[in-house]
Design a protein around this ligand. Structure first.
Ligand SMILES: [Zn+2]
Length: 359
């Protein structure tokens, strides 16, 4: 049996059974989707979405889009080449007969065809597929209400207006539209204000209206570039932050002089790197959240390594890279360098660390 044949055999119940086998907890389900914890990488957050329509999974933490075989491979720690082990595992768990892999030449050939396809869709094509813009009129269903929470956190109403921030009263979420460099609407994210939701689903979730998801590949954009490109090109520097909120805070601090964009995560994708290099900047300032309690902790070492592997090493051959590193305890745990106001941010910038340029 080939992977394709196996997938065609699987019913919704089978998928559910397999997820349960992997110890998944179902946090949410409706007619269109399920949300479980991220068993694909042994994570605990409910950020693995299953879309019934397309029979595909999306891990919003790190794995991206995949099918059920991909989920099993992640769960079992199989390499891409070992996908037949995942097929066997599924067959055993569901008592599907005659699926022992490797007998018969015909089957083998078709499975190798499959893996070539699988690899391409899993790695490259998804990332570079052009995003189809959404109709901006969707934003009309939201209200122009500005939450006091954000004003307290240093985001002005002016900034919220500039970035088209809205509010959804029925979902109790702040609505953050994502525009690309050409001001096309390419996605909408909701930031929950309900604590239970935050605990369950994380702060940011893809937004759903009716049956349609307004999610997009966040790695295929730099949030805020549509507003800040001119300054970035004039100053020839760019500051990378994790979340949209930091872009809003720096907009309130610096206005037209803002050169900040958000990665919407803590990795730099190849696509984002391409955008940065295209801008012709000389310096990239990395200003991610403080993901460590103390400087001498294991957590801190791990975080530094992550930033080096996922961002610095991808850029240092081309531009000067500097990092904002909170050596003087100016920030609290998990704060963004922009969270404590302009003065603190400027102090961090004064003490930025040069981490390398290879030219
Ligand atoms: Zn995952």
């Amino acid at each position: 049996m080939t992977a394709q044949e196996l997938k065609e055999k699987l019913s919704e119940d089978d998928i559910r059974k397999l997820l349960a086998e992997m110890g998944a907890t179902f946090y949410y389900e409706d007619d269109d989707m399920w949300i479980t914890d991220t068993i694909c990488h042994h994570g605990t957050k409910p950020k693995l979405y299953y879309y019934k329509d397309s029979e595909s999974f999306h891990c919003y933490t790190e794995c991206g889009q995949m099918d059920i075989i991909g989920v099993v491979m992640g769960y079992k720690g199989y390499e891409q080449e070992e996908f037949q082990k995942a097929i066997n595992w599924i067959c055993i768990k569901l008592n599907i007969d005659n699926c022992e892999y490797g007998f018969g030449k015909q089957e083998q050939i078709s499975d190798w065809e499959f893996i070539r396809k699988y690899r391409r869709t899993a790695k490259k094509e998804i990332e570079t597929k052009p995003l189809i813009p959404y109709d901006k009129s969707i934003l009309r269903i939201f209200q122009k209400l500005y939450t006091q929470d954000w004003i307290k956190e240093g985001i002005s109403i002016e900034t919220m207006e500039k970035y088209n921030i809205m509010y959804s009263t029925w979902q109790q979420k702040i609505i953050i539209p994502h525009f690309d460099i050409n001001n096309q609407l390419i996605g909408v994210r909701g930031r929950s204000l309900v604590d239970e939701d935050i605990d369950l689903f994380g702060k940011y979730t893809p937004f759903k209206v009716g049956r349609r998801f307004y999610n997009h590949s966040l790695g295929q954009n730099l949030f805020g570039l549509n507003h800040n490109m001119k300054t970035i090109q004039t100053k020839r520097k760019i500051m990378l932050v994790e979340a949209e909120k930091s872009v809003f805070q720096t907009d309130t601090m610096f206005g037209e002089d803002n050169f900040t964009v958000a990665l919407c995560g803590s990795n730099l994708t190849d696509y984002q790197r391409g955008l940065i290099l295209m801008l012709g900047v000389r310096e990239v300032i990395i200003a991610l959240d403080k993901q460590y309690q103390t400087l001498d902790s294991e957590e801190c070492k791990k975080w530094a390594k992550h930033i080096k592997d996922k961002i610095i090493d991808k850029l240092s051959a081309y531009v000067v890279v500097t990092v904002l590193w909170d050596s003087n305890d100016l920030l609290d745990y998990k704060d963004s360098p922009t969270d404590k106001g302009k003065e603190t941010l400027l102090r961090l910038m004064d003490q930025k660390i040069y981490v390398g340029t290879n030219n």
